[in-house]
Design a protein around this ligand. Structure first.
Ligand code: TRP
Length: 353
C-alpha cells in the first residue's frame, strides 16, 4: 500500500513589502506604493520593512542612513500604516534576512542574476567597480519575502522581475531539498511562491518638469517632485511651476495621449481624489491650466500637508520611532526565527535543539 502524499502546507495570506531608506520620499512613492500598503491593511496581515541592508549596496553616509531609516518609518505611520496591528521594522534588526540571503546565494544561479535589468541599469559601464551586494541584491529581496513565507508582494512594475526571481528561488529550494523537506515533516514544499501585486499605470507619477520621466528622488531639480516633507507653500509653488502646454484640458482621456505633462497632472488629481482621469476631465475638460492647477493645489495641500506635519512631529522624537522599530523587529524576529530553524534543518546544518 502506498502512503498518501504528504500535504503541502496551506500558506496563509501575508503581505510583505520594503522601502529603501535612501533620500526623500515623494508623491510617486506615496501614490505608487504607500497608499497601497495602507489599503492592504484592511484585508491582510502585513509586514512593512525599511530595507537598510539593501540601502548599503551603494554608499550611504552613516548619519544620513540613520536619519533616512527614521524618516521612512515616520512616513509609513504618517500615511496611515498601523504599527500595532501590523509589523513595521528595519531589516538589519532581524538577522534572518541576511542569513537566508546567504542560503539563497547558494540556490540562485549566476545566469539568473545576470539577467536582472535593474542591476544592469544601476551598474552601467562600471560593472567591475560596483559592490558585490548590488549584484546579489535580488537574493536578499527574496529572503526578505520568504523568511516570513509571505504570499503577496505589493511593488512597482520595476520590481516585478525581482519578485519573479524570488518565486524561482522558492521553487528551486523546494525542489532541491524536496526529500529533506518531506523527511523533516515539513510537507511537500517549504516556501510559497510569492505573487507580485503590481501597481496600476494610473499611479505612475511622472516628473513635474518632464512628463516623460518618472518622478525621482535623484532628479537634480527639487521642482520635479513633491516630497512628503514639503509644506503647503512648497507644494503650491511646485504645482504652479509644473510644466504644462498652452491648450486647455481635453474632455476625454484620449486627448491626454500626446500630452504627457497634462496626463500626469490629471493622473495625480485623480489618484489624490480617489477617482478616475475620465471623471476629472468631466469636471475640468475645457478649463485652462490656471483653473485646474488652483484646484490641484487645494487638493494636494489638503491631502499631503497633514502627512508632512505628522512626519515632522514624529521625526522630532527619534526615541519614539526607534521604539516602534524595536517592537516591530521583536515581532518579526519571532516569525523569521521559526522559518530559519526549518531552513537549517532542511539544508542539513546542525543546530541546538
Ligand atoms: N527592491 C525594492 C525597491 O527598491 C525594495 C525591497 C527590498 C522590497 N526588499 C523587498 C520590496 C521585498 C518588496 C519586497 O523598491
Amino acid at each position: 500500500m502506498t502512503e498518501p502524499a504528504p500535504k503541502s502546507p496551506a500558506f496563509k495570506p501575508l503581505v510583505f513589502s520594503g522601502v529603501q531608506p535612501t533620500g526623500n520620499l515623494h508623491l510617486g512613492n506615496y501614490l505608487g506604493a504607500i497608499t497601497r500598503f495602507v489599503a492592504l491593511q484592511d484585508t491582510h496581515e502585513c509586514i512593512y520593512c525599511v530595507v537598510d541592508l539593501h540601502a548599503i549596496t551603494v554608499w550611504q553616509e552613516p548619519a544620513e542612513l540613520r536619519k533616512a531609516i527614521r524618516e521612512v518609518t515616520a512616513a509609513f505611520i504618517a500615511c496611515g500604516i498601523d504599527p500595532k496591528k501590523h509589523i513595521v521594522f528595519n531589516q538589519s534588526q532581524v538577522s534572518g534576512h541576511a542569513e537566508l540571503a546567504w542560503v539563497f546565494n547558494c540556490v540562485a544561479r549566476m545566469g539568473w542574476l545576470n539577467r536582472m535589468t535593474q542591476f544592469k541599469e544601476k551598474a552601467g559601464k562600471d560593472r567591475e567597480n560596483v559592490s558585490v551586494g548590488l549584484f546579489t541584491y535580488p537574493d536578499l529581496m527574496a529572503a526578505d519575502i520568504l523568511v516570513y513565507r509571505a504570499t503577496h508582494v505589493p511593488v512597482g512594475e520595476d520590481q516585478k522581475q525581482h519578485v519573479e526571481l524570488a518565486r524561482d528561488i522558492a521553487q528551486k529550494f523546494n525542489n532541491d531539498f524536496g526529500a529533506s523537506i518531506r523527511d523533516g515533516g515539513f510537507g511537500d514544499v517549504y516556501f510559497p511562491l510569492p505573487e507580485p501585486l503590481i501597481q496600476g499605470p494610473a499611479t505612475r507619477v511622472m516628473s513635474l518638469r518632464d512628463g516623460s520621466k518618472k518622478m525621482s528622488k535623484s532628479d537634480a531639480s527639487d521642482y520635479s517632485r513633491i516630497n512628503l516633507t514639503d509644506d503647503a507653500d512648497a507644494i503650491a509653488q511646485k504645482i504652479r511651476k509644473a510644466k504644462t502646454d498652452p491648450e486647455p484640458l481635453p474632455s476625454e482621456e484620449k486627448g491626454l495621449d500626446p500630452r504627457p505633462e497634462a496626463d500626469n497632472l490629471v493622473g495625480i488629481f485623480a489618484a489624490l481624489n480617489n477617482t478616475t482621469k475620465a471623471e476629472v476631465l468631466r469636471e475640468f475638460g475645457g478649463s485652462q491650466f490656471s483653473t485646474f492647477k488652483a484646484a490641484l493645489v487645494d487638493l494636494a495641500v489638503a491631502k499631503l500637508s497633514p502627512i508632512a506635519g505628522e512626519m515632522k512631529r514624529l521625526t522630532q522624537d527619534p526615541a519614539h520611532i526607534d521604539a516602534i522599530l524595536a517592537d516591530g523587529s521583536d515581532r518579526a524576529r519571532v516569525l523569521a526565527d521559526a522559518t530559519m530553524r526549518g531552513v537549517r534543518d532542511i539544508v542539513g546544518f546542525v543546530q541546538k535543539k
